[in-house]
Design a binder for this molecule. Structure first.
Ligand code: ADP
Ligand code: MG
Ligand code: ZN
Length: 622
């Protein structure tokens, strides 16, 4: 649900007030509230020494002050009639010298600015308000489309097909059925086959869900109505529901068609979990969506695709048969899929001979499709910046670090003492990790600041696995503590640089104890459950366990962290000589490659000229 932004509202209101006061000022230029009879009375009393009528305002200079003022002004409903009525008096009084002079200015002596300016201003304010409201409705959609669905027809852009989606063979196969159905609905309906109403794509952000949905439309060559879940959410109650109705109406008209609802979690959140107001709108929208999905029959040739990365918070009613009854999980790509994705995005980019996309794929475990596309783009930008015709492995290396940790900040001023602290900290991580059998190998250590980090110890697995064992999680904690422990042991002081490490380690420990049931005292119980509650802006979970358990959990987490800390301290004390060597190497060279580090740890001479590229570690001899 969008929040009303306070700031622009203040500006608009302010502008409106300004305009109104200004306009009011225009039409009532400081009169003294005198009645017409009062004005006439002043003349009859021979009290006016001079006067001027400007438009419909009369300003009089008096002999004897009226209400304490020598100069008064008043409005005249009809200046011409006033002139007529006063004619005899004026003549008489000018002759007697009571009235020294008078002047009638022609009516409507308004300068062009006087009326053009307010019109322009009013127009401007209207435009602003209109833009503000329309922007809220949907980027550049006018007010009269308010309750309309604003679905965009995805086919207008470049047509996407399954070829543009690398990897994901199973997912594509599942969706191929949908494509076949949309192409030849008769073939399926004749034999009574049921095609799902709705298909839900779920998975982490950037894994290509939106892309896949567009590819289905491209393959089937049908109309594609795409809308984002948040488009349903407006500040006006009822808009969302009417948009849903409209969307399905449009789709039926142009069937066969695909309706694609991106980020469906914005509307599809579990009902009844909200606190306070503002949720009726979402519930109405969701209800309308459910009604529409039940309402259309399978032969109509409309299929609803939806995508979300918060599958867990969707209302169960959405997922029952007849609605989104088929779910496709789109996961993070594996090494071969990563290579395929890299190849798709390398098209149209000039790569030089040094580039081996297989190596890049191996070194990018955990990257999503979006990350990989970003990686290649960053690399191309780097090459273009240096006017090189093709991008090389170094560009990719730098781009990868940049995507993950931010750009290098060589120009940042670094004190010698900070450099030493960073070197000790990073060496601590690396040496600890080296001695942990299940820990991912160290690929690079660097004391060049990057993004928010002052240094980096880079690890990357040989082979990715989808599970973490208790031992692996524990050793990750030990590795994360390496920096802090090294500071403590070798500087006899500790710094703030370890705060992120400690956050991550603590979170791991908490998950081990409370989430994965890895702690014997608490048993194999997950303590994360509970209702999701909407509190202010965020969803929070209520506790589903007692205070006593919470206390025990805290104790267990603390015990686990203490154990890891001690384990780490033991390793670093044992290997203190090697750690010092690593520190020295880092202070001399700023970066240390994984193989140089391994040489050092194995007591071999360090090859000073070794490759510092991350990818060197993944180069496969073929
Ligand atoms: P999601 O909707 O899952 O968050 P997107 O579909 O928006 O992710 O993907 C973002 C971008 O990542 C796409 O535009 C595409 O460039 C790239 N991408 C993701 N997955 C793939 C893939 N399997 N093949 C090719 N490109 C991909
Ligand atoms: Mg998306
Ligand atoms: Zn650290």
């Amino acid at each position: 649900m969008k929040k009303v932004k306070i700031f622009p509202v203040i500006i608009y209101v302010g502008l409106l007030i300004l305009l109104f006061t200004w306009l009011l000022g225009m039409f009532s230029s400081g009169t003294d509230g005198l009645k017409y009879s009062d004005v006439i009375a002043q003349f009859q009393k021979e009290n006016v020494s001079s006067f001027q009528v400007d438009g419909d305002t009369i300003t009089m200079e008096l002999h004897n002050p009226l209400n304490g003022k020598k100069q008064v002004s008043a409005k005249l409903a009809d200046p011409a009639a006033f002139h007529q009525q006063l004619q005899p008096l004026l003549q008489e009084q000018t002759e007697s010298g009571v009235l020294k002079w008078y002047n009638f200015l022609p009516e409507a002596e308004l300068s062009p600015y006087d009326f053009i300016l307010p019109i322009i201003l009013a127009g401007l304010v209207l435009l602003l308000v209109w833009g503000f409201l329309a922007g809220r409705a949907n980027n550049n959609h006018p007010l009269n489309n308010f309750g309309r669905a604003n679905a965009t027809n995805g086919q207008t852009g470049k047509k996407v097909t399954f070829q543009d989606v690398a990897g994901m063979e199973e997912e594509k196969k599942e969706l191929q059925e949908v494509v076949d159905f949309l192409r030849q609905p008769d073939k399926f309906t004749k034999i009574g086959a049921k095609i799902p109403h709705g298909i839900l794509l779920s998975g982490p952000p950037g894994t290509g869900k939106t892309l896949l949905a567009r590819a289905v439309a491209g393959e089937a060559d049908v109309q594609f109505l795409s809308i984002s879940g948040s488009d349903f959410m407006e500040m006006y109650v009822g808009v969302g529901a009417s948009r849903v109705r409209d969307l399905f109406e449009q789709a039926r008209k142009i069937a066969p068609a695909i309706i694609f609802i991106d980020e469906i979690d914005a509307v599809g959140r579990k009902r009844g979990s909200g606190m306070g107001g503002g949720h009726d709108e979402r519930e109405q929208t969701l209800n309308q969506l459910l009604v529409e999905m039940d309402g259309f029959t399978k032969s109509e040739g409309v299929i609803v695709l939806a995508a979300t990365n918060r599958h867990d918070i969707l209302d169960p009613a959405l997922l029952r048969p007849g609605r989104f009854d088929r779910q496709i999980y789109v996961g993070v790509p594996d090494a071969s899929e990563r290579e395929a994705i890299l190849k798709v995005h390398a098209k149209g980019k000039c790569l030089d001979d040094s580039v081996n996309l297989n190596t890049v794929a191996l070194a990018t475990a955990g990257f999503t499709g979006a990350d990989l596309s970003n990686l290649l783009n960053e690399a191309a930008i780097l090459a273009a910046r240096e006017d090189r015709p093709a991008l090389n492995m170094n560009d990719l290396n730098e781009a990868m670090m940049k995507v993950l940790a931010g750009p290098e900040k060589r120009s940042r001023v670094r004190l010698q003492k900070d450099l030493r602290l960073t070197a000790i900290h990073e060496a601590g991580h690396a040496v600890a990790m080296y001695s942990l059998p299940t820990h991912d190998p160290v690929r690079q250590i660097s004391i060049i600041p990057r993004g928010r980090a002052l240094g980096l110890t880079w690890t990357q697995p040989e082979q990715e696995s989808n599970h973490l064992t208790r031992n692996e999680m524990y050793e990750m904690i030990v590795g994360l503590l390496g920096g802090r422990v090294a500071e403590e042991l070798f500087l006899k002081d500790i710094s703030t640089g370890a705060s992120n490490d400690i956050d991550r380690a603590s979170k791991l420990a908490r998950d081990m104890v409370g989430r994965y049931g890895m702690c014997p005292t608490l048993g194999t119980v997950s303590y994360t459950g509970g209702e999701e509650l909407f509190i202010g802006r965020d969803f929070e979970r209520t506790k589903s366990y007692s205070e006593k358990v919470a206390g025990t959990m805290d104790d267990e987490v603390k015990a686990l962290m203490d154990k890891a800390y001690k384990h780490c301290a033991d390793i670093l004390t044992r290997d203190s000589e090697k750690l010092k060597q690593v520190v020295k190497f880092l202070l001399d060279n700023e970066t240390m490659s994984g193989s140089q580090f391994a040489q050092c740890m194995q007591g071999q001479p360090i090859d000073e000229n070794g490759q510092s590229s991350l990818f060197a570690e993944f180069e496969t001899e073929e």
